[in-house]
Design a protein around this ligand. Structure first.
Ligand SMILES: Nc1ncnc2c1ncn2[C@@H]1O[C@H](COP(=O)(O)OP(=O)(O)OP(=O)(O)O)[C@@H](O)[C@H]1O
Ligand SMILES: [Mg+2]
Length: 589
């Protein structure tokens, strides 16, 4: 193994003189007295390796020794990842006494002593390859597939496989023979370098199935797909974290992976204490049973942030290979980009815009491209839907991280300061935001066959309504309430109805927090009919008063259990109210 000595220290960047070969992204351990500090090679120049240290480098001295590990930063993959809290280096945070690890302390990601009930899914003589399912164990409610390690190249024949029974993680469960006749033992655990994508799938077509999120401003305006990508840029305090938590609770996914990246320490502690308490509306059990959290805080060295997003993605890819629908959330990827910037600056690289590294767009788009919908070799499907939060400094959407992410992610959910200030939550700007999946023919086909034949028309109608409403609002502002025809007020208020009833959603109300698609369709129909109908008013004041009442009744419906007596009562009241002013009714849509 290659060894080295510390030759220079610039905060978390350490320059090491090496005595042998080292490779990019290789892991090494710097010995501080007897404490090993983990670091990663980020640049090699002749005999000098530049390494980013995942720990504080306090007290480190020139001349301290370094040992290279011969492999990249790897994730340990096997049963027991679910429900865990890890840091970016996959230390199991539950195994520590205090909230954060001491320097140089590493804990093992999986419980070596745990035993699992293994059920065989393959037999002696089967031809297998990386990612083939050999068996399964029950992990909470997920049937966790034990796969041929992703590092195995080529075809293998199963020479032996254990029978159904209880085994330790490190027990050999199968022996495989490669085409040269060499034997390979397989256990329930494998390792994979986090910066490389796991490609044990047959194909990765464009995603096309809608992923229900229960969040109306997404599903009813800019829907995302299973295996799709999206991001939520938003200034401080506009609701990025609340939105991510709402998605984790309500989106249609088998497993949730949360990468809390560079958050303030108290926020991370909040996640750790809050998440285990949350009920899972889909299973009636605890949400944490299908969640894994990877957290690192703003007081940890910046290098660990990078590790946390890659570790989270690798775990997502591992579970996707089992045929599961994964939702991966990262809050916030800006803090990861800042980590890249700090390292790049310390290495005195030629800076790009705002001093971010020149290759920031490539790094971000490579990362987003690891999400996706895949067909596995056995014909089943799996997906990773990735939604990242971005915190643009000063809310400037032209800054490099937002711009680069815009090129990589296909859904854009821009949180607006103005909407947050007026408490229009979630503060997603309905006009700025978009879903590029609405341009995919296969998605449009899916919507019309699986959601409703009119769903796309309704979305487009709603977008148009909002734009016309905004135009009317601007005219009214310029010319005054009396300076415009009553029709402008009507147009403005019709858009307001959509805004208040569909877009705005109370994340903290038991009923309103999540809206199943059937209910979204029902409300959308009501509102589209209401908007298409014609009404008679003499003064703009009447319009204002009337539509406030309309909105109030519709909001009462939102807060009532769907199709309950209460819900119907408000709906009847709404009908009566509409009859008072309606002069022409359009045919039902
Ligand atoms: N959908 C919602 N329903 C009700 N309140 C909301 C909603 N979204 C956001 N809020 C309110 O906005 C506050 C700030 O939200 P949040 O912490 O998610 O912002 P943030 O963008 O993550 O901030 P930071 O940039 O500091 O991380 C919340 O505490 C909550 O009061
Ligand atoms: Mg936040």
């Amino acid at each position: 193994m290659t060894k080295g000595v510390v030759a220079g220290i610039i905060a978390n960047l350490v320059i090491v003189e090496v005595d042998g070969p080292v490779s990019q992204n290789e892991i090494c351990f710097i010995k501080l007295n007897n404490v090993p500090l983990m670091a990663e090679v980020i640049k090699v120049l002749g005999q000098k390796a530049y390494v980013q240290v995942f720990e504080s480098t306090r007290n480190l001295r020139v001349g301290d020794t370094v040992e290279f590990a011969g492999h990249m930063l790897e994730a340990t993959l096997g049963p027991g990842i679910l429900s865990k809290n890890f840091d970016g280096l996959q230390n199991d945070l539950n195994k520590m006494k205090s909230v954060f690890l001491k320097r140089g302390e590493y804990t093992s990601p999986l419980d070596e002593k745990s035993k699992w009930e293994f059920k065989t899914l393959a037999k002696v003589g089967d031809l297998v390859e990386a990612g083939s399912w050999l068996g399964e164990v029950q992990e909470n409610w997920i049937s966790h597939k034990i796969m041929v390690p992703f590092k195995f190249k080529g075809k293998f024949t199963i020479q032996s496989i254990v029978s159904n029974g209880t085994y330790h993680l490190s027990d050999t469960i199968a022996t495989l023979v490669d085409t040269d006749g060499k034997q390979h033992k397989v256990t329930m655990v494998q390792k994979w370098p986090v910066k490389l994508a796991i490609r044990a799938y047959k194909s990765k077509p464009r995603p096309f199935k809608m992923m229900e999120t229960g969040i109306r401003c997404i599903d009813s305006l800019n829907p995302i797909v299973e295996g799709g990508t999206g991001f939520t840029p938003g200034p401080f305090g506009t609701g990025k974290t609340v939105l991510q938590h709402a998605l984790s609770k309500h989106a249609e996914a088998d497993m949730i992976i949360v990468a809390a990246c560079g958050e303030r320490a108290n926020e991370v502690v909040e996640i750790f204490t809050e998440f285990p308490e949350l009920d899972d509306p889909r299973t009636g059990r605890k949400l944490m049973e299908r969640t894994t959290i990877i957290a690192n805080t703003s007081n940890m060295p910046v290098a660990a942030r990078e590790a946390s997003v890659y570790t989270a993605m690798t775990i997502a890819e591992y579970y996707r290979s089992m045929g599961l629908k994964i939702l991966l959330l990262a809050d916030s990827t800006s803090r990861w980009a800042q980590a890249l910037r700090e390292m790049s600056n310390r290495m005195e690289e030629l800076p790009g815009p705002d001093a971010y590294p020149m290759d920031l767009p490539a790094i971000i788009s490579n990362f987003y491209s690891r999400a996706g919908f895949v067909y596995l070799p056995n014909g089943t499907t799996g997906s990773i839907t990735f939604i990242g939060a971005v915190s643009p400094a000063g809310g400037n959407l032209k800054e490099p991280v937002t711009e680069s992410t815009k090129k990589a992610a296909r859904c854009f959910y821009a949180l607006s300061q103005q909407r947050a200030d007026s408490k229009r939550y979630p503060a997603v700007d309905p006009i700025e935001s978009y879903s590029k999946y609405l341009e995919y023919d296969e998605f449009i086909e899916f919507l019309s066959g699986n959601v409703s034949p009119e769903w796309l028309d309704h979305l487009l109608f709603a977008k148009n309504l909002l734009i016309r409403g905004k135009e009317a609002y601007e005219q009214i502002n310029i010319l005054g309430d009396d300076g415009v025809p009553i029709d402008y007020h009507l147009r403005f208020w019709k858009a307001e109805v959509f805004d208040y009833v569909i877009l705005q959603q109370d994340a903290f109300d038991e009923i309103d927090s999540s809206t199943p698609i059937a209910r979204q369709k029902y409300m959308m129909n009501i509102i589209i009919n209401l908007v298409k109908d014609q009404y008679d008013f003499d003064t703009f004041d009447e319009v204002n008063k009337y539509f406030r009442q309309v909105i109030n009744l519709l909001k009462q419906m939102n807060y009532s259990k769907f199709e309950s007596e209460e819900f119907k009562k408000f709906e009847n009241q709404l009908e009566e109210l509409l009859d008072q002013r309606r002069v022409a009714q359009t045919a039902s849509v």
